[in-house]
Design a protein around this ligand. Structure first.
Ligand code: 13P
Length: 253
C-alpha cells in the first residue's frame, strides 16, 4: 500500500510572517493527519520559519528547486548542502515553471535528481505535457522522455525513493483539471515505464502524485483513483482552509 502524499507548492508566495500565520491557522483546522503524508514547499527564505513551526507537527518541509553542485560560482543558485542545513526533507525538481519559464532541460533535471538522492533529499520529480503536445498526441512520448532522462543511471533502490508528480502543463493554474480518467491513464503509463526501466517492485512502491488545479471540489474524485497516490497543490495550498479540506478528503478516501 502506497501512503497518500498531499503536498503544497507555494511557488513565489508567502514571506516569513505569512508562513507562520498559515501554519498556526492550519494547526487549528487539522490536528491529526492519520495515514496521510503532509508536505509544504515554501519559498527558500521562508523555509527556516516553516521548519521551526512544524518541528513537532509531522509535516514535511521541502524546497522548490536546488542546484546540482555543492558550492561555487553559480550566482543565484542554492546548494543541496544548504537545504540540508535547514533540515529540509524533500525538493521539487523539474516543475513545469522551471522547465518553461527558466528553460530547464531534461539533462539538467537529471543531474539535480541524482544529486538530491546522493544528499538524502527526497526528490519530487515533476513531469507533464503542454496543451500542444497533448493535442498533437505526443503526451506519452513527452512523459517517456522526461521519465527516462530523469531516471538515467539511478539505481532501483534510489528510484523507489523518488516521488513523481504528473502535472499536465495545461492544468496548472488554469482552473482546468485533468479528469480522473486522463490522470489515471497518464499515471498508468508512467508506472508502466518505471516497471520497464526497473521491475514491478519499484513500480509498485513509487508514488505518483497528480498536480494541476486540485481543489477541495475535485480532490475526492482524483484521490479516489487507485493510480493516484496524492496531490501536488498550488493555488489551493495557499489558504489553510482549502488545504485543510483537501487533507481531510485524503484521510477519508
Ligand atoms: P495549481 O494547483 O495552482 O494549478 O498548481 C499546480 C502546481 O503547479 C503544483 O506544483
Amino acid at each position: 500500500m502506497r501512503k497518500l502524499f498531499i503536498a503544497g507548492n507555494w511557488k513565489m508566495n508567502k514571506g516569513i510572517k505569512e508562513t507562520e500565520d498559515f501554519f498556526n491557522e492550519l494547526f487549528n483546522l487539522v490536528a491529526d493527519y492519520g495515514k496521510v503524508d503532509i508536505a509544504i514547499a515554501p519559498p527558500f527564505t521562508s523555509i527556516p520559519k516553516a521548519v521551526e513551526v512544524c518541528r513537532t507537527k509531522n509535516i514535511l518541509i521541502g524546497a522548490q528547486n536546488m542546484y546540482f553542485e555543492d558550492s561555487g560560482a553559480f550566482t543565484g543558485e542554492i546548494s543541496p548542502k544548504f537545504l540540508k542545513e535547514l533540515n529540509v526533507d524533500f525538493v521539487i525538481l523539474g516543475h513545469s515553471e522551471r522547465r518553461h519559464i527558466f528553460n530547464e532541460s531534461n539533462e539538467l533535471i537529471s543531474k539535480k535528481l541524482k544529486k538530491a538522492l546522493e544528499e538524502g533529499l527526497t526528490p519530487i520529480l515533476c513531469v507533464g505535457e503542454t496543451l500542444k503536445e497533448r493535442e498533437d498526441e505526443k503526451t506519452e512520448k513527452v512523459l517517456k522522455e522526461q521519465v527516462d532522462s530523469a531516471f538515467n543511471d539511478i539505481s532501483p533502490d534510489d528510484a523507489k525513493k523518488v516521488i513523481i508528480a504528473y502535472e499536465p502543463v495545461w492544468a496548472i493554474g488554469t482552473g482546468k483539471t485533468a479528469t480522473p480518467e486522463i490522470a489515471k491513464d497518464a499515471h498508468f503509463f508512467i508506472r508502466k515505464r518505471i516497471k520497464e526501466l526497473y521491475n514491478s517492485i519499484v513500480a509498485d512502491e513509487i508514488r505518483i502524485l497528480y498536480g494541476g488545479s486540485v481543489k477541495p471540489g475535485n480532490a475526492k474524485s482524483l484521490l479516489s483513483v487507485d493510480e493516484i497516490d496524492g496531490a501536488l497543490i498550488g493555488g489551493a495550498s495557499l489558504k489553510p482552509q482549502s488545504f485543510a479540506e483537501i487533507i481531510k478528503i485524503g484521510m477519508e478516501v
